[in-house]
Design a protein around this ligand. Structure first.
Ligand code: SAH
Length: 213
């Protein structure tokens, strides 16, 4: 795949659009400006890669809408070298944004095909993520605790294992079910058993499902 001047131009316009929708974190915008999103989409949909929409990536899953990726990443407030756990690798695009910002990324996907292709794609782009095939409800206890945790599928509730694997003072960003749409929740771990939650309104995600396939 190539990243032409045309792609770069379309990408710059997309980033401006996202900025105008309220994303003010320059580090997030810069990371997204650096990453060729069309590499993460099925071949032949280059124009669609630079529209602010979710898009099917196979296995009935989608690459998240760019604004949503930017919004979740902004809430996560990732700092270089931080350990970030992501649930729902999908295409690997959100992982790339976190990696581009200097995070150490541990990402879990329950679809074997998506796990394999995202791992290959991220490695080809020169990133060094820790990709796992498994069930995100369980997290990744052997590699925790994590500074930040991000869930990119609509969760029925905040999984207990993920709460436990977050460092004290750490942030979890998770879309939680509230009917058809999800509420974007950011939680800060303030004690072993307590979190302070903020609700950032409605978003739409594919569901977080149990087990692996
Ligand atoms: N972050 C992705 C978005 C993918 S959509 C991207 O940037 O492209 C959400 C993904 O979560 C899907 O690929 C889906 O298969 C995965 N998923 C759903 N439930 C899961 C679970 N319990 N554990 C791990 N992955 C899960």
């Amino acid at each position: 795949m190539v990243d032409t001047l045309r792609h770069k131009g379309m990408r710059a316009r997309l980033i401006e659009k996202i900025r105008n929708k309220g994303i003010s974190d320059e580090r997030v915008l810069q990371a997204m400006l650096n990453i060729p999103r069309h590499f993460f989409m099925p071949k032949g949909f280059d124009e669609r890669a630079y529209q602010d929409n979710a898009f099917p990536i196979g296995a009935e899953q989608t690459i998240s809408q760019p604004f949503t990726v930017a919004f979740q990443t902004m809430l996560l407030d990732v700092q270089p070298k931080e350990k970030v756990l992501e649930i729902g690798t999908g295409s690997g695009y959100q992982s790339a944004v976190l990696l581009e910002m200097g995070a150490k990324v541990f990402t879990i996907e329950r679809h074997k095909v998506l796990y394999l292709s995202a791992q290959k794609r991220l490695t080809q782009l020169g990133y060094a993520p820790y990709c796992f095939f498994g069930d995100g409800f369980l997290g990744m206890p052997t590699y925790g605790p994590f500074d930040k945790i991000i869930i990119t599928a609509g969760a029925p509730h905040i999984p207990q294992a993920l709460k436990e694997q977050l460092k004290m003072g750490g942030t979890i960003v998770i879309p939680v079910n509230g009917g058809k749409a999800q509420k974007m929740i950011a939680g800060i771990k303030v004690s072993e058993t307590e979190f302070e939650y903020t609700d950032f309104g409605n978003f739409a995600f594919v569901p977080m499902l149990k087990g692996k396939v």
